[in-house]
Design a protein around this ligand. Structure first.
Ligand code: BDR
Ligand code: CA
Length: 313
C-alpha cells in the first residue's frame, strides 16, 4: 500500500478524492490537511471531516492549514464552481468536526518523520501548505518519497485564465516553491483531468450505492450543473481523484521524460501558468540539472468506473 497525506481544499472533486483514498485497498490514508482554495480553510476542514465521517473514517486526522496565499495577499475562493459551502449546497452545517490540535504543517512534518522515506503527499488544492512546510523544515523533501499534485496545464488551456489552472493560479508562488524543492513532483494537470469525465451514468451508479455513493451523487449534481454552463454537457472532469489514482498507482500513465516545470509568477496575463519543457529545450541550463518533474500526458482509461465502484460499495 501507499501511505499518503492528502492535502485538500474540499470542494466537490476533492470529496471524491477523499472517498477514493478511503476505499481503495492500495491506499493507506494517514491524514488530511486542509487548505484554503475552493472555499475558506475552516469550511474546507469541516467538509473534509464530514466526508471522512461519511466514509466511516473519522479516525483519519484532519488538520487545518493556510487561510490564504503564500505571498500574504487576500484569498479568492471558487464558490461559483463548488457552491458557497464548497459542497454544492449539500454540506451539513450542523456537523461539528473534531480537528487535529496540530496545524497542517506540524502534522505533515510529524508524519514525514514517523514514516520517513515511505510517505507520499498528494496535494489537490493550492500548494500553500506544502510551501509553508518547506519553509518550516527545509529537510522535508529528504523524507518524502514523492509528491503528486493536481494542478497546472501543459498543452491545454487553463480553467481560470487562458493560461492558468485553478490550483496553481490561486497561489503561483507556493507552486514554484514546491517545484523548486528537492523531491520528485508528478503533475496531474488539466492535460489529463479534462479528458477523464464523470457522466450521468456514473452518477446513477453512485446514487444506487450506500451513504458515500449517495452523497457523491448529490454533490456531483451541482458540479454537473456548473460544467453544463461551460461545456453544454452534464458531465464533469474528475480532477482530484485522478491525482490520487496516479500518485498511488491505481492507473498506469504515460509520463513525459523527467522535465523541468516553471510557474509563471509574474503579474501578467499568464500568471499561474505552468510551463513544462516537454521538448527538452532548457536542457543544459544549470537550474534544469537535477529536474525532478514528471508531467502526466496520458492515463489509462477506466479509472472512473473503478472509482464509482469503490465509492458506491
Ligand atoms: C482544481 O481546482 C479546484 O476547483 C478543484 O477542486 C481541483 O482541485 C481543478 O482545476
Ligand atoms: Ca481541489
Amino acid at each position: 500500500t501507499t501511505k499518503i497525506v492528502l492535502d485538500v481544499d474540499t470542494g466537490i472533486d476533492d470529496a471524491l478524492a477523499i472517498l477514493t483514498a478511503c476505499r481503495a485497498p492500495e491506499i493507506e490514508l494517514l491524514a488530511c490537511t486542509a487548505t484554503w482554495g475552493n472555499i475558506d480553510v475552516a469550511q474546507a476542514a469541516r467538509n473534509t471531516a464530514y466526508v471522512l465521517d461519511i466514509a466511516g473514517r473519522s479516525d483519519v486526522p484532519v488538520a487545518a492549514g493556510a487561510a490564504g496565499p503564500y505571498d500574504g495577499t487576500a484569498p479568492e475562493f471558487s464558490t461559483t464552481v463548488h457552491g458557497a459551502d464548497g459542497q454544492g449546497g449539500r454540506a451539513d452545517l450542523d456537523f461539528a468536526p473534531v480537528l487535529a490540535r496540530e496545524s497542517a504543517v506540524d502534522l505533515l512534518l510529524r508524519l514525514s518523520r514517523e514514516h520517513a522515506h515511505e510517505l507520499e503527499i498528494v496535494a489537490v488544492g493550492p500548494l500553500t501548505n506544502l510551501a509553508l512546510a518547506l519553509d518550516a523544515d527545509p529537510d522535508l523533501p529528504s523524507r518524502v518519497r514523492a509528491v503528486t499534485i493536481m494542478g497546472g496545464a501543459s498543452f491545454v488551456p487553463g480553467n481560470v485564465t487562458p493560461g492558468a489552472e485553478a490550483n496553481i493560479w490561486h497561489d503561483p508562488e507556493a507552486a514554484q516553491r514546491v517545484f523548486d524543492a528537492a523531491w520528485p513532483v508528478t503533475m496531474v494537470g488539466l492535460d489529463v483531468t479534462m479528458r477523464t469525465l464523470l457522466t450521468e451514468e456514473h452518477r446513477a451508479r453512485l446514487a444506487a450505492g450506500g451513504r458515500a455513493g449517495r452523497y457523491a451523487a448529490d454533490i456531483l449534481d451541482h458540479y454537473f450543473g456548473y460544467y453544463a454552463q461551460v461545456t453544454g454537457e452534464r458531465t464533469s472532469a474528475n480532477h482530484d481523484a485522478l491525482a490520487v489514482a496516479v500518485g498511488c498507482g491505481l492507473v498506469s500513465t504515460v509520463v513525459a521524460p523527467v522535465v523541468h516545470v516553471e510557474v509563471d509568477t509574474t503579474h501578467g496575463p499568464s500568471r499561474g501558468r505552468t510551463v513544462a519543457d516537454l521538448r527538452g529545450m532548457w536542457r543544459g541550463w544549470p537550474e534544469v540539472d537535477g529536474a525532478r518533474h514528471r508531467v502526466v500526458l496520458e492515463v489509462e482509461p477506466g479509472f472512473e468506473d473503478r472509482m464509482v465502484d469503490l465509492i458506491a460499495s
